[in-house]
Design a protein around this ligand. Structure first.
Ligand code: ZN
Length: 390
C-alpha cells in the first residue's frame, strides 16, 4: 500500500486532488486524531480502527484483500444455495491473444466491447437458455507478462442446470469441458475477436483452443475458494521474489503472468518496468467493476448483500474475538509513518503487545532512528504534516 501511495501521488497537486488510495489508512476519522489498536486473542493478527479506507480494490492491496474476502463469501453463498437446489455451475473464461506493446486502456475498452457483443449474440442467448441459465457472475482480472504484456481476462460463473451444456467428462487435466454447445460458444467468441481487432487469423487454431473455455462445477468451487486469497494478491513470501526468478500468478502458454500487486512489490524495490506498468494500469482501470452479478441473481439465490466496495472497506469494527490493546494519538501514528514502520507495528501488536504501555514503548523506541518518510495524515478533513516524499 505504501508503494502504491508513492506511485499514485501526483506532484504539485493538492492533497484533496490525489487518488483516494494515497490517503488510505492515513486519514483519521476522529477529531481527536486517535486510532484504536486491537489484537486477535490467539496472536494471529491485529487491526486498527478509526481510519478512513480508500475501498479501491484495483490499487490498494489492503482494501483489495478485505473486499475480496467479502466477495468470496457472497459467491460461495450463491454457489452453495444453487447446488443445494439441484443446479449445476460452470466456470467460463474469456481471453484473447495479446502482445507486449498493447496499451491496457485500449485493450480493456475493446475487451469490454467484445464481451458485450458475445453476451448479446443470438448464439450466447440460445445456448444459455438451453443450459437453463439462471444468471451469472462476471469477474474481471488483469495479469501481465514481460513477453506478452497485459492480459485482461474475464471469469464468468454460470448458474445453470446440471449437464446444461450436454458435456461429457473433462477432456484434459485442467478440467476443460467440450460439447457442441461449447464449440458454438468458442466459434462465436473467436468471430467477435476477429471483428473487434482483438484476434488474428494467423492464431485461429490457438484462439479456438484457448480464448474461451468452460470448466465444471468443481473448478467453479475451486475458483471461488481461491478468490482473493494470498496467491492472487502476491502477499505470500515467495511472491516477493523477483519476476525473473519466481512467484507468478500463473502460467499461460509457457509464460509467467503476474498480478498488479506483484508489480508493486518490485516497484517498491526500484524496478522501473514494474513502476511504469503499475501507473499505466491504475490510470486505465479506475472506476471499472471487478465483480458483476447479473440482474436478479442474488435475489433468486437468496444472497442478501448489496454493500459497495467502499462500504466493505470502511467497516473497521473489531471482530468479536479481538481484544482492545490501547489507543495511539495522532503524533504517535505519524511517527509510525515517518519511520515506515506500520506493517512492523501491526505484526508486533499481533505477536507481543498486550497493554497500552507496550504500544507507547514501541513508538518511543523507533523515534531514536532518523525519519525516512513523510508522516503526513489527514484528521477529519484537515491536512496535517508535510506532503509525502517518496
Ligand atoms: Zn485502501
Amino acid at each position: 500500500m505504501r508503494t502504491a501511495q508513492g506511485l499514485l501521488w501526483k506532484k504539485g497537486d493538492e492533497w484533496r486532488d490525489q487518488a483516494r488510495t494515497c490517503w488510505c489508512c492515513r486519514s483519521m476519522k476522529r477529531e481527536a486524531g486517535t486510532v484504536s489498536v486491537y489484537r486477535n486473542e490467539d496472536g494471529s493478527g491485529s487491526s486498527l480502527t478509526g481510519l478512513n479506507r480508500c475501498g479501491n480494490i484495483w490499487t490498494c492491496p489492503v482494501c483489495a484483500a478485505k473486499v475480496a474476502e467479502a466477495r468470496r463469501a457472497e459467491l460461495n453463498a450463491g454457489l452453495v444455495s444453487h447446488l443445494k437446489a439441484g443446479g449445476g455451475a460452470y466456470l467460463l473464461t474469456l481471453t484473447f491473444p495479446h502482445e507486449a506493446d498493447h496499451p491496457i486502456a485500449e485493450l480493456l475498452e475493446r475487451f469490454t466491447n467484445a464481451r458485450q457483443r458475445l453476451q448479446n449474440s443470438r448464439t450466447w442467448k440460445r445456448v444459455m437458455e438451453e443450459a437453463g441459465r439462471l444468471g451469472s457472475v462476471a469477474s474481471l482480472e488483469v495479469t501481465i507478462s514481460q513477453e506478452n504484456g497485459w492480459h485482461p481476462h474475464l471469469h464468468v460463473l454460470i448458474f445453470a442446470q446440471t449437464n446444461g451444456f450436454h458435456e461429457g467428462d473433462p477432456i484434459n487435466d485442467q478440467g476443460d469441458l467440450l460439447s457442441p454447445a461449447i464449440i458454438e460458444l468458442k466459434h462465436a467468441w473467436v468471430n467477435i475477436l476477429l471483428k473487434t481487432g482483438l484476434g488474428d487469423l494467423k492464431k485461429l487454431h490457438h484462439m479456438l483452443d484457448h480464448a474461451l473455455n468452460v470448466r465444471g462445477g468443481n473448478q467453479a468451487a475451486e475458483y471461488i475458494a481461491k478468490y482473493g486469497r494470498d496467491e492472487r494478491w502476491g502477499q505470500s513470501s515467495e511472491m516477493t521474489r523477483h519476476y525473473t526468478k519466481q512467484g507468478s500468478a500463473g502460467e499461460r502458454d509457457g509464460l509467467l503472468h503476474f498480478t498488479p500487486f506483484q508489480l508493486l512489490t518490485w516497484a517498491g524495490n526500484g524496478d522501473e518496468w514494474a513502476t511504469r506498468k503499475f501507473i499505466e494500469y491504475s490510470d486505465a482501470i479506475e472506476g471499472k467493476r471487478a465483480v458483476t452479478w447479473s440482474p436478479g441473481l442474488k435475489k433468486s439465490l437468496g444472497v442478501h448483500s448489496d454493500q459497495t466496495d467502499e462500504e466493505i472497506a470502511a467497516d473497521d469494527n473489531p471482530m468479536p474475538e479481538q481484544i482492545h490493546v490501547g489507543d495511539i494519538d495522532q503524533e504517535q501514528y505519524q511517527t509510525l509513518f515517518r519511520h515506515n514502520r506500520l506493517p512492523d507495528f501491526v505484526r508486533y501488536v499481533a505477536q507481543s503487545a498486550v497493554t497500552q504501555a507496550d504500544l507507547d514503548e514501541y513508538i518511543e523506541a523507533i523515534k531514536t532512528t532518523p525519519a525516512t518518510h513523510s508522516g503526513a495524515v489527514v484528521i477529519k478533513g484537515t491536512f496535517s504534516g508535510r506532503y509525502m516524499v517518496q
